[in-house]
Design a protein around this ligand. Structure first.
Ligand code: FAD
Length: 434
């Protein structure tokens, strides 16, 4: 069987892999030294586009337009870029076996890839309703969204079921973004989720009330406090109805499910230390196994600011962790030291004409400020989280770039807060003084 050997291998070809490749090039990787092995058919791209502009009815984003690293304002790495740099892009190749002891990876065809240093960048996979044995969940047009192939299926379904009815299962950011884009595509949209409000892992009830009100105003019908418990199919095996646990039945031409993701660590189970569902790393993304690094969604890493360890499934961290790991690899080779990863959590989402950013930690008491009336023509509001007398997290909807920078500074500096009332009154002014 064929065997290929590289000094460095990145397994996974998503956001982290792309940003890691760019950093390898910056650090002077030599032609032939680096391979990126990806299950996907295309070079690394900015995954967040898939639930946003990729699904627009007009002017939709398409590759090569959103290859990394455009998402952070950088150079767009086209397949030719990898060729020029002598970086081998091994696409359509799923690694099915990893043996960290013998430093080799194997694909389904039995080909082996040897490495000296490995970066694990396999990301996450979606949770499926079939995993939970939900009745009828194998019907056609029950769709998920993680990779570009999934997005293409969704595009086809949107075309095939033009102006139809969609049910979105899940109230996280994927559910919110997909509901908005399906509405923009002129679908009748119903969202279903069990929690008392959307995005409960981040949003407070006050924040969520704005988005839910706004979505209702746009014609998205939100059904809370229940779950999809089964599906019926038509004669073609396509989904026809969604049965809810509370007894209601919703008609559907398309169902899109966004109920969470699971980090893809199974290849390495029992070979590397894990924690909090991910592969445990240090502040340089080194795992418990020498010469093996893990970055992006799969890494559970020390969060210096908060003195704990976390796993983060967001694009900003996937980019920065990848860069940190590659810098650490080169520093190690040169006997140099680099600073420990000091990450300030940053999440964002966009839907309809809304756009929010969040920095820091959403713990302690929260206070909302500004105009958060969903009926307002141009609502703009934010929230601060206060713990032990300090502002530790900040959220802003509709902020200008300098205002977003100001709330980021707040989350980083953690200034003292005299009282919730003062913060509510000062709003963005508080941030602009930091
Ligand atoms: P991924 O980008 O998922 O890349 C993993 C890659 O590894 C994939 O190419 C996969 O095919 C490949 N792979 C996996 N297993 C194997 C194997 N065995 N062999 C070979 N290849 C393999 N974050 C935000 O902060 N804001 C957003 O607005 C936002 N929007 C998103 C929208 C969508 C639709 C999705 C799915 C995610 C979104 N995210 C967003 C999250 C963000 O995209 C992820 O956190 C980020 O992509 C993680 O990067 P990664 O490199 O760890 O994993």
């Amino acid at each position: 069987m064929a065997e290929k050997s590289f000094k460095y291998v990145i397994v996974g070809g998503g956001v982290s892999a792309g940003y890691a490749a760019r950093e390898f090039a910056k650090q002077g990787v030599q032609p032939g030294e680096l391979a990126v092995i990806s299950k996907e058919a295309v070079a690394p791209y900015e995954r967040p586009a898939l639930s946003k502009a990729y699904l627009f009815p007009e002017g939709a984003a398409r590759l090569p337009g959103f290859h990394v690293c455009v998402g952070s304002g950088g150079e767009r790495l086209l397949p030719e870029w990898y060729k020029e740099k002598g970086i081998e892009l091994i696409l359509n190749t799923e690694i099915v076996k990893a043996d960290l002891a013998s430093k080799s990876l194997t694909n389904a065809a039995g080909e082996t890839f040897k490495y000296k240093i490995l970066i694990i960048a396999t990301g996450s996979t979606v949770l499926k309703l079939t995993d939970f044995k939900v009745e009828g969940a194998d019907a056609k047009n029950i769709l998920y969204l993680r990779e570009i192939d999934d997005a293409d299926q969704l595009v086809e379904a949107i075309k095939a079921k033009k102006n139809g009815k969609a049910v979105v299962v899940g109230g996280g950011y994927i559910g919110l973004e997909l509901s908005a884009v399906l509405k923009i595509n002129n679908f009748g949209v119903k969202m279903v989720y069990p929690e008392p409000w959307c995005m409960p892992r981040l949003f407070t009830a006050d924040i969520a009330a704005f988005y839910e009100g706004y979505y209702e105003k746009k014609g998205v019908n939100i059904i809370k406090g229940t779950v999809a418990s089964g599906f019926t199919k038509n004669d073609n095996g396509e989904v026809k109805e969604v049965k809810l646990k509370d007894g209601r039945v919703l008609e559907a031409d398309i169902v899109v499910v966004g109920v969470g993701a699971r980090p893809l660590t199974n290849l390495f189970k029992g070979q590397v230390e894990e924690d909090k569902g991910g592969i445990k790393t240090d502040a340089f993304f080194k795992t418990s196994v020498p010469d093996v690094y893990a970055v992006g969604d799969v890494a559970t890493f020390p969060m210096k600011m908060y003195g704990d360890i976390r796993r983060v499934e967001h694009v900003d961290h996937s980019r920065k962790s990848a860069e940190q790991a590659v810098k650490a690899i080169f520093a190690n080779e040169q006997g140099k030291d680099i600073e420990a990863y000091d990450y300030l959590p940053y999440f964002y989402s966009r839907s309809f004409d809304l756009s929010w950013q969040f920095y820091g930690d959403n713990v302690g008491d929260a206070v909302i400020f500004g105009d958060h009336d969903p009926a307002s023509a141009k609502a703009k509001f934010g929230s601060y989280w206060i713990k032990d007398g300090k502002v530790v997290g900040a959220f802003l909807e509709g902020g200008a770039p300098e205002e977003n920078q100001a709330i980021a500074k707040v989350a980083k500096a953690q200034p003292p807060a005299s009282s919730l009332e003062v913060l509510a009154k000062e709003g963005l002014e508080f941030a602009s003084k930091i």
